[in-house]
Design a protein around this ligand. Structure first.
Ligand code: BGC
Length: 510
């Protein structure tokens, strides 16, 4: 296997974590409507809501604690551990005979999904070469969409059984990908960045060699990336604090701003209303009177994620996010208008919910088509980019902690919106706010290494840094006023005693 296919295999394999996420969330929304499940767990809307939200509560908690594990036991073992926890949660759910056991199983599975939802993109970002980092992290979103779709078709098939197998089988099945992930993870490499961070430099070079150069430890690309990571780690140890309080400090690296950008990208990803469609899609489609539209919705979601995999590293994060917001906002405008003009609101007392009925076939079809356009608009943009961006903007020493907080916000808003959905029309406003916010506040990150992000966020691109050696050394005490990219460059030269250009020549000649 050559180096590039190896890194693809590692990123794709770890993305099974995303599959568990999509599958488990998808499966429960189908199960809730199954006759044998309802017989076993008689519930009204409130209980149904709590079956969904117990998972989300677990996810929120899992995302919060994931930062600790990511740093302590590393990315690889955290993924392994989380997949084992998932199996426990999943068995509890599949064998549930009481509400308590069901809830408990949901929370346990949720904790695992929360951990995976943070650590998988983190791992993918740290093994990726910068040129295809967006693509490899997009695998996470792609596998979520595949998990959703598989769950739909499995539910669709087992719904026909006239026993509790109807809902227990879909829950048992999710153990298969979880077992594959648990057994396969030990064969994947550690994150080279985590290895350097843990002072396991030799192993880091070996991993980088496998990922970048077919095992050649002396390859220039390997040496260069290792040096860059090492310099960063040394620099961070020298100058930086290492706890959560750092996340709220501005500091020379603009950490607080980066944390806010990460939090808001996660919040926006939920506020655009995607889950009003994903979770309530069956009801929307039934209203519109066409069967299997939910299944097609799943395919649209999968297919429309592919452009991100292919081109997000070429388009850049900003244009992707801005165009996605505009497409989503515009589709919601059309859907909202059709519902307002041609819809009649009514209350279904057996389900205890409000519905909108569309009598006119043409408007039903138009609603469905615009829902697909909305989902496609999400799938290539906010779906994958909310994983990509937070996984690349933080310095190594706080990457785990910062990502865990930002991911937790996604789960929190997923939960909150679940309580107040559907509010489709609001999504139009959010589409506009999202597009404008990205335009004003979010710097482009494509094509830069993780180690170069500090320069971007302190406003000078690494290629443009001009070092004035007379001014060295910069004092960390007045570092608020000194560009961090410049500090790093100076630090690098001071450490090695060799200007960077000469360092490169030395590697080339070894
Ligand atoms: C989000 C989910 C959403 C899914 C849709 C994920 O990135 O976290 O909330 O349902 O995308 O494909």
């Amino acid at each position: 296997m050559n180096e590039s296919s190896y890194v693809y295999v590692c990123a794709a394999f770890s993305a099974i974590g995303g599959l568990l996420f999509g599958y488990d969330i998808g499966v429960i929304s189908g199960i809730l409507t199954m006759s044998h499940f309802r017989e076993k767990f008689p519930s009204g809307p409130a209980k149904e809501g709590s079956i969904v939200s117990s998972l989300l509560a677990g996810c929120f908690f899992g995302a919060l604690v994931s930062g600790y594990f990511a740093d302590k036991i590393g990315r690889k073992f955290s993924i392994l551990g989380a997949s084992m926890v998932f199996i426990v949660g999943s068995v509890l759910q599949a064998t549930a005979t009481t509400f308590i056991q069901l809830y408990f199983g949901r929370v346990v599975a949720g904790v695992s999904i929360g951990i995976l939802s943070m650590i998988v993109p983190l791992y993918q970002s740290e093994i990726s070469p910068k040129e295809i980092r967006g693509r490899l992290i997009s695998f996470q979103q792609w596998s979520i969409t595949i998990g959703f779709a598989i769950s739909f078709w499995i539910n669709y098939a087992t719904e026909k059984f006239d026993s509790s197998a109807q809902w227990r089988i879909p829950l048992w099945i999710q153990n298969v990908p979880a077992l594959i992930l648990a057994f396969g993870m030990p064969f994947l490499p550690f994150s080279p960045r985590w290895l350097v961070h843990s002072d396991r430099d030799e192993e880091a070079i070996t991993v980088l060699a496998k990922l970048r150069a077919g095992g050649d430890r002396t390859a220039v690309a390997v040496q260069k990336e290792y040096t860059e990571i090492k310099d960063n780690v040394r620099f961070e140890r020298e100058f930086a604090a290492k706890n959560y309080s750092e996340l709220v400090k501005r500091g020379p690296e603009n950490i607080r701003r980066r944390v806010l950008l990460g939090i808001f990208i996660q919040i926006f990803q939920q506020l655009n209303g995607i889950n009003a469609i994903m979770f309530y899609a069956p009801q929307i489609y039934n209203n519109a009177g066409i069967d299997l539209s939910t299944g097609i919705n799943g395919f649209v979601n999968i297919l429309a994620t592919i452009p991100a995999i292919l081109w997000v590293d070429r388009w850049g994060r900003r244009p992707t996010l801005i165009s996605g917001s505009i497409i989503m906002g515009a589709s919601m405008l059309v859907i909202g208008s059709i519902l307002a003009i041609n819809g009649t609101k009514y209350f279904d007392s057996s389900l205890g919910k409000n519905f909108i009925k569309l009598d006119n076939k043409a408007s039903s079809l138009a609603v469905i088509i615009f829902i697909y356009i909305f989902v496609a608009g999400f799938a290539y943009s906010w779906g994958p980019t909310r994983w990509i961006y937070p996984a690349e903007i933080y310095p190594l020493r706080i990457r785990g902690k910062a990502m865990s907080i930002t991911t937790a916000f996604n789960w929190l808003f997923n939960f909150v919106l679940g309580q107040i959905v559907p509010i489709l029309l609001n999504s139009i406003t959010w589409g506009i706010i999202m597009a404008i916010s990205v335009h004003i506040f979010y710097p482009e990150t494509k094509g830069n290494s993780l180690e170069e992000m500090d320069s971007i966020f302190s406003n000078i691109h690494p290629n443009n840094i001009s070092i004035s050696r007379q001014h060295y050394p910069p004092s960390p005490l007045n570092s608020e006023s000194i560009n961090i990219g410049q500090q790093r460059e100076n630090f690098r030269d001071l450490e090695s005693g060799i200007p960077e250009e000469e360092e490169e020549e030395i590697y080339l000649s070894t």
